[in-house]
Design a protein around this ligand. Sequence first.
Ligand code: AVI
Length: 318
Amino acid sequence: MLLTDQAAAFATSIDPAFRQDILEGLSRSPKATPPIWFYDRKGSELFEQITDLPEYYPTRTETALLKAHGSDFATAIGEGRAVVEFGAGSARKTPHLLRAIAPAAYVPIDISGDFLHASSAELASAFPGLPVLPVVGDFNGPLDLPSAIEGLPRLGFFPGSTIGNMEPDAAVDLLRAMRALLGQDATLLIGMDRIKDRDRLIAAYDDAAGVTAAFNLNLVERINRELEGDLPVDGFAHRAIWNDRKARIEMHLEAVAPLHFHVAGQCFHMEAGETIHTESSHKYGARDGSLLLSAGGWDPVQEWIDAEGLFALILATA
Ligand code: AVI
């Protein structure tokens, strides 16, 4: 088959994984798309804004824990490890940990190369002498660590409760993959958001300034931009729902009227009130985090939690 120039350009510029996930997700009933596709440049910037919102307590609380417990980390983790950060993004919390444990190398992993290279350069200048070895990639798939850290004991660092954006079975698979990647004497420091008052949880995902709504709706704009979509952005409303049975906040894009639209040449229809489930953010009870880690092949050894019980950092050994 011959492609026109325009179609050929479209066929080569399109991210096939994005196309496949969105077409599959919109064809499903109920409709659901994976949260990784929030994070184009604009989505990553909006997420950074979310982390500063008064309602979004996780980043502030976890950063305060990292600042406050540096000497505990130094004792429990020790010096000279290679720190491997999963989903490093802007890596704003990382300096607190690096200062406390004097690592031998720092390996940030992130899917967004632009973001990763900018934050790696900043860290390298803040920690002269520390080898900073960024890896661009999706930590949900197979990855190779830089050969420069061969032989060094590793600390996996997975802050932000990003584990909560996975279904429990996928979270267990990821923890097992991390254990295999990090090796025998590895340790893991992981952030987990706790179950709390429902109104507080909903406010954190439906802030008064509408930044989380813009973050969710940016997915519609991204589909239009990158997948030849014609979704009406004002045809969708942001919804944040607490699903108590599954202990998770769900973000949805709800059709405010019956909608017909196209994506990559395929037609879709939504009834008014029908939603696209765009993200789950699981929250953990007092023992849930330890159970999840154990299922993932890790042995939880220490936990740090703020006075209000909002957010926990857990240290586990392989
Ligand atoms: C990245 N992740 C841990 C965030 C969360 O809280 O689940 C993503 C997010 N979605 C809306 N607000 C923040």
